[in-house]
Design a protein around this ligand. Sequence first.
Ligand SMILES: [Zn+2]
Length: 233
Amino acid sequence: MKLNQGHLVISLDFELFWGVFDVRTLESYKSQLEKVSEIVPRLLQLSDTYNIKLTFATVGFLLAKNKEELLQYSPKKKPSYSDANFSPYRLYDAIGNNETKDPYHYATSLVEQIKQNDNHEIGSHTFCHYYCNEAGQTEEQFEADLLATINIGKQQDIPIKSIVFPRNQINESYIKVCAKHGILSYRGIENHWMYNTKDTKQLGNTKHRIFRLLDAYLNISGHNTHELQMHHG
Ligand SMILES: [Zn+2]
């Protein structure tokens, strides 16, 4: 593939309740989360039809099949945010044991569908929906989080090669940590084509409308990945 050719890469934050635990209550968000299990297979089918490659930027917690695994892979060094609300680890006691018991915090069957489809990538959205620019956490804690993701991925034959930073909090020195551990790209913060209001003709076409609809459930955004090599040195 020539470098001057554009690539359409869509990355989706795949996170269930772990994407909003600090800003929403589960009760207020349940109905949206329940649609994710319908949306994922439709999305796989749709993107295969259009030959679009998806990257499911997955919260590492969702790669755990049950609570035991979640605890086993959780890093010892957890983010020590000044505002404890940002840490999802405080929810451990409240969540169920597996996807059957608690489909808001586990996604085993959905991860399996994505793996079996085999046309798409499972990337990282950090292990714990980590906020790289919040006060109190450290680079060492970020590295521990990244390694937790890589390790739980390994156990499931998922090589983690890309990352989407939660809330797009990009910390330049953490990008180097990612490169050190084999992450090849991360998502930048350009506007997504599907919200490009300059081209209203495009906005109206079916593909755009479908993806905007899906975005309401899966938080698709950003089309632009960045090579980590650019940030060396
Ligand atoms: Zn997120």
